[in-house]
Design a protein around this ligand. Structure first.
Ligand code: AMP
Length: 359
């Protein structure tokens, strides 16, 4: 195992070569680290700004051994990393952060909700569903409408179906291909918030101000930060973030998606054990952004400041919206972050713009 803190000149490995990996790599590079990306695609957005890329599947044992030997610490930009891959990396000598427990919890919606409630981070009421009978029982207990989600591998609203009557149970079950699922009571939220927080190797916790998020078609469109919240809501969000980080003995940055029910009551929708799209505003609103913060934590460095110095409206540019880059580059208060993706497929996250104003 590597000696911590890792000095500049050390090598970090990142599983995943998308835009999150790219921005992590850029932050790491600014702190003097070398970065090697593991991604099955050649020319990935992260691979092109890093010192090296291993082109292989995320569960390729040889590739993982190579990465674990060259990198003193390894992290990832997505949560569906196979548990066996983490094991191989650890056996090859790398520090892996966040750890196997955080990944396991975030990969399964039932385990995630069970864990969250156990540390006082309340969620909606829910029922584990493995059959149509379970679904009917769940609907009777939780009421309708309720939201059926696959336990594993859902993102951006995929693998989810609203069930509006008990008579729709069989159709809903078929719509998610009869996969193990969770049924969730409907959250009566007024808005969606998120909190980005970090925990260092020494247990130090740092929490950014809340962001308010607007989705379109299940995909994040805009984050406004710092969100306008009362003191009670702010304090509750910080408390929730710390409970989750400490409960998982977490190292790195974590994203927590919240439903705001008003009067300081927050429910956790889900957690992401990584840097998060709703934290991109920190690049232009804080001295130490979420990417640098994550690298600091993984490398065993002290965490950076999370105080905002500006208000930011972050907007995702999807598909051919990225063609507006000249107009955006000409806006005086806009900072454009392009991911270097060659192909602008419809709905693909191509870039984001942070529009900055005074606090
Ligand atoms: P998720 O994939 O779990 O992040 O859900 C995607 C979106 O669906 C969320 O951002 C919410 O807008 C909505 N949603 C998810 N779960 C619930 C729920 N239990 N009640 C109401 N809306 C929900």
């Amino acid at each position: 195992m590597a000696d911590l803190p890792l000095p500049p000149g050390s090598t970090l490995g990142i599983l995943g070569g998308g835009q999150l990996g790219r921005m992590l790599s850029q932050a790491a590079s600014r702190l003097g680290f070398n970065v090697v990306i593991l991604d099955p695609e050649e020319n990935s957005p992260a691979g092109r700004v890093s010192q090296g890329q291993v082109i292989a599947a995320y569960d390729d044992p040889t590739a993982l051994q190579v990465l674990g030997r060259v990198a003193q610490a390894v992290t990832f930009e997505f949560e569906n990393v196979p548990a066996a891959s983490v094991q191989t990396l650890v056996e090859s000598g790398a520090e892996v952060a966040p750890g196997a427990r955080a990944l396991a919890v975030a990969q399964d919606r039932v385990d995630e909700k069970t864990f969250l409630n156990s540390v006082g981070a309340t969620t909606v009421d829910f029922a584990a569903v493995d059959s149509v009978d379970d679904l009917v029982a769940g609907l009777e207990r939780l009421g309708v409408p309720a939201l059926l989600k696959t336990r594993r591998e859902g993102y951006d609203g995929k693998g989810q179906v609203w069930v509006r009557a008990v008579s729709e149970a069989a159709d809903a079950w078929n719509a998610i291909d009869g996969k193990p699922a969770v049924l969730e009571a409907k959250a009566a939220f007024t808005r969606e918030l998120s909190v980005i927080a970090a925990r260092g190797r020494d247990g130090q916790v740092a929490v950014y101000p809340l962001g308010e998020n607007i989705h379109e078609g299940g995909v994040l469109r805009t984050t406004l930060a710092p969100a306008k919240v009362d003191r009670k809501t702010d304090a509750r969000a910080r408390e929730i973030a710390a409970a989750i980080l400490n409960g998982l003995d977490y190292v790195g940055v974590l994203g927590v998606e919240l439903f705001d029910l008003g009067k300081g009551v927050l429910l956790v929708n889900e957690i992401a054990p990584r840097v998060h799209n709703t934290g991109h505003w920190t690049q232009d609103g804080c001295v130490c952004d979420q990417f640098e913060q994550h690298i600091r934590a993984v490398a065993g460095w002290p965490l950076g400041p999370t105080e905002p110095h500006a208000r930011v409206e972050m907007t995702n540019l999807l598909g051919d919206e990225v063609d507006q880059w000249t107009a955006l580059a000409a806006e005086p208060d806009a900072r454009l972050h392009l991911y270097g993706k060659a192909e602008a497929r419809p709905g693909r996250k191509m870039a984001h713009v942070n529009r900055v104003s005074k606090l």
